[in-house]
Design a protein around this ligand. Sequence first.
Ligand SMILES: C[S@@+](CC[C@H](N)C(=O)[O-])C[C@H]1O[C@@H](n2cnc3c(N)ncnc32)[C@H](O)[C@@H]1O
Length: 159
Amino acid sequence: METVWPIEGHTKAKHRILRGYLDAWLPIMSQHNGRLVYVDGFAGPGIYAGGEPGSPIIALKAFLEHKYRERIASELVYVFIEENKERVESLREEVRKLGELPPNVKIEIDFGTYEGDFRSDPRPTRGRRQEPRAYFCLRRSIRIRASEHEVVRAIPSVQ
Ligand SMILES: C[S@@+](CC[C@H](N)C(=O)[O-])C[C@H]1O[C@@H](n2cnc3c(N)ncnc32)[C@H](O)[C@@H]1O
């Protein structure tokens, strides 16, 4: 099984939707939540064969490059789960390439399965139930039989 692979059109569309959604979700949810927890349960290697970023890097950049970044003061907990060891290593490297991260950003990269690591025992909630938080959970990718253009056109907010 290859560690990285060429990106497909439906994945590009998914990434554009994800980025557009997080661009809105982060500032809105941070207004009333001291902690935002983002879980990518099928994280992948963080990069595609052509150098395109994977969903974990897109999610991190949604904050790092956000025009209102200074106003997003919540603790941002990113949990990335991936069951393939080489892809976990690749993802760690891609995260390292982002350089030093702001102190409110916490990243946990888990070598394991979504079912075993998160769904049955949601780590970010353990012992912290009293803290205000909001969750965003990205799960198994949905196969959409449409071109990138068709998918994006169907969702006006990301055009
Ligand atoms: C479609 S790829 C990841 C794409 C990535 N989320 C993105 O959009 O860039 C799905 C990944 O999930 C991993 N995977 C498959 N089953 C898994 C499971 N049960 N738990 C965690 N990772 C899993 C695969 O090894 C693969 O790297």
